[in-house]
Design a protein around this ligand. Sequence first.
Ligand SMILES: Nc1nc2c(c(=O)[nH]1)N[C@H]1C(S)=C(S)[C@@H](COP(=O)(O)O)O[C@H]1N2
Ligand SMILES: [Mo]
Length: 210
Amino acid sequence: MRKSDEQRMAREGRLPPGQSLTHKFPVLDLGRHPAPDLERWELRMDGAVSQEVRLGWKEFLDLPKESVQMDIHCVTQWSKFETVWEGISLKTLVNEGILKLKNSARYVLQHAADDYTTNLPLSVVLQESFLLATHVNGAPLTLEHGYPVRAVIGHIPGREDLFTPYLWKGAKWVTRLEFLEEDRPGFWEQNGYSNEADVWKEERLKSGLW
Ligand SMILES: Nc1nc2c(c(=O)[nH]1)N[C@H]1C(S)=C(S)[C@@H](COP(=O)(O)O)O[C@H]1N2
Ligand SMILES: [Mo]
């Protein structure tokens, strides 16, 4: 089953180099799983914005939701295909005028409740393949996968125009999006991982150490 599914994904051009298909959903993180207090939970968007946004849990749930099917690729070489994510798209927040960015905004540093950080170009977080997700495959996120909200980025089959980095570029338990004029490396990016992390170019570690 696993092998034949993997071969089918490879034939369809959906298996990035060096990856293996899994039907499981491994948990990878720094080992702290911060349990949220939804009464106090807040998502902050600040930095290169013309107005800072602070959303409480109820306000967050009132935002327009999207559902996106994606293949997700972890740098530790597992890929999970056809996962359906439900959540908020930043592009929608910009289009609806809820998030007002300065023209100088170029990058975003995601901050999480376990102090994890990761950075991406603004153009990438505005893709349809980047979501602030509350649900995966029809169920709320479990705590270990980022409940109540995590950022996720994957590959939408057929959308070769979009940039697809490894899964570490989405922060679980995300609490803050800091918009930046200059790029700033996050946790793994400071610890030897590639800044860009393109799955199709197999950009895992910096300077081809992998
Ligand atoms: N807050 C937070 N987000 C994180 C991490 C982390 O340690 N803390 N690890 C990253 C890494 S390295 C990976 S591969 C994915 C794993 O997501 P999963 O545990 O849901 O599979 O989360 C990413 N987001
Ligand atoms: Mo990872």
